[in-house]
Design a protein. Structure first.
Length: 512
């Protein structure tokens, strides 16, 4: 599913009318019907609702909701944060239709409008149709007054297309914004759903199909939301006669005496993702931990200095690199001087496709040059801030822009982790993940993810596809854990163990 920014959404509306005869009133009617379906879902036995309308097309959707609710026997208050003269022509038509059905709109220039805003706390649901995807400037006047009254009321809110006061493209707040319980976004998902305050303020969101022609919805944009069918079609199949040597030989270079578990989790992620062979290269204490927990893993002892991989280990890896199909560097390595010197030496002659995570990312931020091979960089926001020399807030303010910046700077595939992780690469639309949950906010999750990416790269998926499939698969395994164990308290090890079940679900969805 393609993600549409505000400009693309406007173009789709224009083309729908110009080329397919879908007028704005038809689209408003369908959008209002989709939103009213959710009203009935939230209040199946009826109740009193407040529909807050603006002057534009979003307000027109709201008038449709008000009319349908009135016809269905709901108590309806319709408050309009504009004067009647300010209504757009198509919005005015919907206003008149609502009036004919018995709805009494109250406009912002009427004295009772302010009084009614203070009474919405007595209602069962607020429908927010104040601003749509076109909101760009700080909210003021009646719109701001209405938003403040809604938030103050404590009544659950259902937003139409975009929670009012949230910038459609960046997710930033325009001075004041709605906290929605539900959001019905129209036609296609919007960037605000995946970043900034929009990520939280949208609540539980769904995309309403209002009958836009497939030609318009399938026209590529610069970002796509992943689904099981897309991922399932890319995951490598396993032939009946295949053997371990054909299913990827992954090298994990990770860990230090103080952080042994990172190597264990990365190796476990690779094995549970289906790697034929996994070799862990590290210092003695790390290999002891791996041997105790993953008997299937092969061990590659490396010389150490004060519990950290020594620079002397570089030649050993360089001389043996052709045995491996892919490699991952970084989890638990530390960015002490011996480790930095080791990475500098080994990457100068490295030839295998590589995943770079954790302390290896910090090494890049400290000036260690990247290997000249296809790579996937997997920073979380803190690591990204160091890589780009920006604050975390700046990186998170527009995550799509941040990924573009990182891809341009490093010339490699980048996976920015977090809620709705994003993958970017040259010449590819950004891939946005929709799996995963807040229970993943615990140590070791990223280590498992790197193991999955390395496995898929070892099985000959290019970096962009390996990273995109891996983040979807990893998140789905975490969703499995949330369902089977509980939403909070499952571990990275649990997620690794759930990978085969998650893969089976992906491929079953693809087959069906």
């Amino acid at each position: 599913m393609w993600i549409a920014n505000a400009d693309r959404s406007r173009i789709v509306d224009q083309l729908a009318e110009a080329e397919f005869g879908l007028t704005s009133n038809v689209l408003m009617e369908r959008a209002g019907c989709a939103v009213f379906d959710v009203v009935r879902e939230v209040l199946p036995r009826g109740g009193r609702i407040v529909v807050q309308c603006g002057k534009g097309h979003n307000g027109g959707d709201g008038f449709v909701v008000a009319r349908l609710a009135k016809e269905a026997g709901y108590g309806v208050d319709c408050l309009v944060a504009a004067t009647e003269a300010d209504l757009k022509p198509s919005t005015r038509e919907q206003c008149e239709l609502a009036r004919a059905a018995g709805v009494e709109p109250i406009f912002s220039d009427e004295p009772r409008w302010s009084r009614r805003q203070e009474l919405i706390g007595c209602r069962d649901l607020v429908v927010d149709a104040l601003l749509g995807s076109g909101g760009e400037h700080s909210v003021t006047g009646p719109i701001r007054t209405a938003i403040e009254a809604i938030n103050r009321s404590g009544v659950p809110v259902l937003s139409v297309d975009v929670p009012s006061g949230i910038h459609c493209d960046t997710g930033e707040e325009l001075g004041e914004s709605i906290w929605a319980m539900r959001t019905v976004t129209i036609g296609q998902p919007k960037p605000y759903l995946f970043q900034g305050l929009g990520l939280e303020h949208a609540g539980f969101w769904t995309v309403a199909d209002i009958g836009y022609p497939d030609e318009l919805l399938e026209d590529p944009t610069d970002a796509r939301l992943l689904d099981a069918a897309w991922v399932g079609n890319l995951l490598p199949e396993r032939r009946r006669a295949s053997h371990k040597g054909e299913n990827g030989n992954v090298l994990v270079v990770a860990g230090s005496s103080r952080m042994r578990g990172a190597a264990v989790l990365a190796a476990k992620g690779a094995l549970r993702a289906g790697a034929g062979l996994v070799t862990v290269a590290g210092v003695q204490s790390v290999l002891e931990a791996v041997a105790a927990q993953i008997p299937e893993a092969l061990l590659f002892p490396l010389p150490e200095r004060d519990g950290v991989i020594s620079a002397d280990a570089a030649k050993l890896l360089i001389d043996s690199q052709n045995r491996y199909f892919s490699c991952l560097f970084g989890p638990g390595m530390t960015h002490e001087e011996p480790a930095l010197e080791f990475l500098k030496k080994v990457w100068s002659e490295w030839t295998r496709p590589t995943v770079i995570d954790a302390d290896a990312l910090n090494a890049i931020a400290l000036g260690v040059p990247l290997p000249r091979v296809p790579c996937v960089l997997t920073p979380h926001p803190g690591e990204m801030s160091r890589l780009l020399e920006l604050s975390i807030a700046e990186c998170q303010a527009d995550r799509f822009h941040t990924v573009r910046h990182a891809v341009s700077k490093f010339g490699q595939c980048v996976l920015l982790k977090g809620p709705y992780s994003i993958v970017g690469d040259h010449g590819q639309p950004m891939a946005v993940n929709c799996t995963g949950n807040s229970g993943m906010a615990s140590g070791g999750m990223g280590d498992v993810l790197t193991g999955i990416i390395a496995t898929l790269m070892a099985q000959e998926l290019p970096p962009y596809y390996a990273a995109s499939c891996a983040m979807y698969w990893h998140g789905l395994a975490a969703d499995h854990c949330a369902n089977q164990i509980g939403p909070i308290g499952f571990s990275a090890r649990d997620v690794a163990l759930a990978l085969p079940a998650a893969r089976a679900k992906i491929t079953a969805s693809c087959e069906s």
